[in-house]
Design a protein around this ligand. Structure first.
Ligand code: MN
Length: 532
């Protein structure tokens, strides 16, 4: 390992993994527990830095290195000695929620083993201010020195040290950490981890409970091939440890659009299986309303909220204690890839997860801005309105991400901190919307009744209410061609190719592989809405 640092570096550098689905090939085996381990985490917090950590006496002795460690023997990198970190943090890769200590994204940039040199008491050497050691990592190797520059702490109370590499056979003049941006744990970059984290770290919790897994794995190629091989009438699909009974796989659910091919129930099931890891962050812990079209989207569909008696017992449910007689009492709460697949087989073409979680349905987690086109509204006018909201949110320093609905409109999803009531998010969105609408009075109607709006758009703030839902990100829509609701970057509003129904169940998975999910980083963000 030590004689071939970063063996895959050139391979990785030649490929742009953001536009090819090819695996990045960088995941390596973690160093064995019990060995003296080191880890370097590339951490984009308020400022980018590399956290350099050595396992010493059951904790991770830690330095924050703004420019990153290097193999360049001429470089002397500033290394700010920071507090020891718990061992549990050793292989953490994911997102620390904004607002918590160290909020940002983290990758395991390098890991391996280390050995002290000229001392058998590294803790004492650190206390004295000078530690020589050898590293055997995937990227870093050879002899390093950490040396305290000054006993006087910097203004933040931290000691400034220097990290340098000796001029040994591993030395490489000009070597720069930023040229080697991928994780040794997953092959992913900070951008990719931020877009679809597999874990969150809650710095305010005890170390043992701080890491929360949020990722799901897609089905394997073998599992997908088994789905493709099932007869048209259906059969049992073994996927993700579940046996799912699938029916009527060749039934056309979506007629083609613009002379394109129709899409069958098998196509929808395949799409649900592949998109589930991306869609689940918006479904998990929430009751979900189902818009079902078991006979295809050209027949009338219906809202289905009450779970059927044949719902598998492994799909969680939530019973609404406030349901009146005749109202839906028990809702599905989907938290697994198999659960998302089951919904497709059930003919649930559209999934509309609640804005709140089952644990507290009166507390919204998102504030919704819904640009609802009227009969006369053009897509160009929708874009005008979306850009006005963008400007408004920028001025208010509020983060939100737009998504195309898959039908005609655009919504903007704004994450909110715990503790809001729906009347508060609704009131806030109404105020912003009234200001936006006032700048383009010719485009917007405030009339409640559809037929009195003169074909104009409606800036609909009323969906900010319990059990009023917008379509879940990445859900299909009940329309020819099987369009999908997809979150986009703000700059994509200027993409001449953008259309509200641009992506379909045939293209949305590739879109995510290429562009990620810009909304993912906002899931769970504890954002306060400024008073207006
Ligand atoms: Mn850090």
């Amino acid at each position: 390992m030590a004689d071939a640092p970063d063996r895959l570096g050139t391979y990785r550098a030649k490929r742009d993994f953001s536009v090819t689905a090819e695996p990045a090939g960088a995941a390596t085996t973690p160093p064995a527990e019990g060995a003296s381990r080191f880890v370097v985490q590339r951490h984009r917090a308020r400022r980018l830095h590399y956290d350099f950590r050595l396992e010493v006496a059951g904790v991770l002795a830690s330095w924050a290195v703004p420019k990153g460690p290097t193999l360049d023997p001429k470089a002397r990198q500033l290394a700010v000695h920071v507090e020891d970190h718990p061992i549990e943090y050793f292989d953490f890769e994911g997102v620390i929620p904004k607002g918590e200590y160290g909020g940002g994204d983290v990758i395991v940039w390098d890991w391996g083993t280390w050995a002290p040199v000229r001392t058998d008491d590294p803790a004492a050497a650190i206390e004295k201010g000078e530690l020589h050691f050898d590293l055997e990592g995937e990227k870093l190797a050879g002899r390093f020195v950490l040396i305290r520059r000054d006993r006087n702490p910097d203004p933040s109370g931290k000691e400034q040290w220097l990290l340098l590499h000796k001029n040994d056979e591993h030395a490489q003049p000009g070597w720069n950490a930023e040229d080697h941006p991928r994780s040794v744990k997953s092959g992913r970059t900070n951008d990719e981890v931020a877009a679809a984290p597999k874990a969150l770290w809650h710095s305010d919790r005890p170390a043992r409970e701080a890491s929360v897994t949020v990722g799901w794995d897609p089905p394997t190629e073998e599992e997908l091939a088994a789905l493709d091989a099932l007869p048209g009438a259906g059969g049992t699909w073994a996927v993700q440890g579940r046996d799912l009974k699938l029916t009527n796989l060749d039934k056309v659910l979506f007629p083609g659009r613009d002379a394109g091919p129709p899409h069958t129930k098998r196509d929808l099931i395949r799409y649900h299986a592949r998109i589930a890891p991306t869609m689940l962050p918006y479904l998990v812990d929430r009751p979900v309303n189902l818009h079902r079209y078991p006979d295809g989207v050209d027949k009338p569909g219906f809202w289905h909220k009450e779970v059927p008696s044949h719902l598998p017992e492994w799909i969680k449910t939530w019973s609404n204690p406030e349901a009146d007689e005749g109202e839906t009492a028990r809702y599905a709460v989907v938290d697994s890839v198999a659960g998302v697949i089951w919904m497709a087989n059930y003919g649930a073409v559209e999934l509309h997860a609640w804005t709140s979680k089952a644990a507290n349905v009166h507390e919204p987690t998102w504030a919704f801005i819904d640009i609802d086109p009227g009969t006369q509204t053009t897509f160009g006018e929708i874009l005008v309105l979306a850009r006005l909201y963008r400007t408004a949110l920028d001025h208010l320093k509020v983060e939100g991400i737009p998504k195309v609905t898959g039908q005609r409109g655009i919504q903007i999803w704004v994450p909110v901190a715990p503790g809001y009531a729906f009347h508060e998010t609704r009131g806030w969105v109404e105020k912003v919307s009234r200001a936006v609408g006032a700048t383009v009075p010719g485009l917007v109607s405030w009339k409640w009744e559809k037929d009195r709006r003169g074909g104009l758009a409606r800036l609909d703030f009323t969906q900010n209410a319990v059990n009023r839902t917008l379509v879940t990100p990445f859900s299909a829509r009940a329309a020819p061609g099987a369009p999908v609701s997809v979150p986009i970057e703000w700059d994509e509003l200027d993409d001449p190719e953008l259309r509200p129904a641009r992506w379909t169940i045939a293209t949305a998975v590739d879109r995510v592989a290429a562009a990620g999910d810009p909304l993912a980083a906002l899931v769970g963000r504890a954002q306060r809405l400024p008073a207006l």
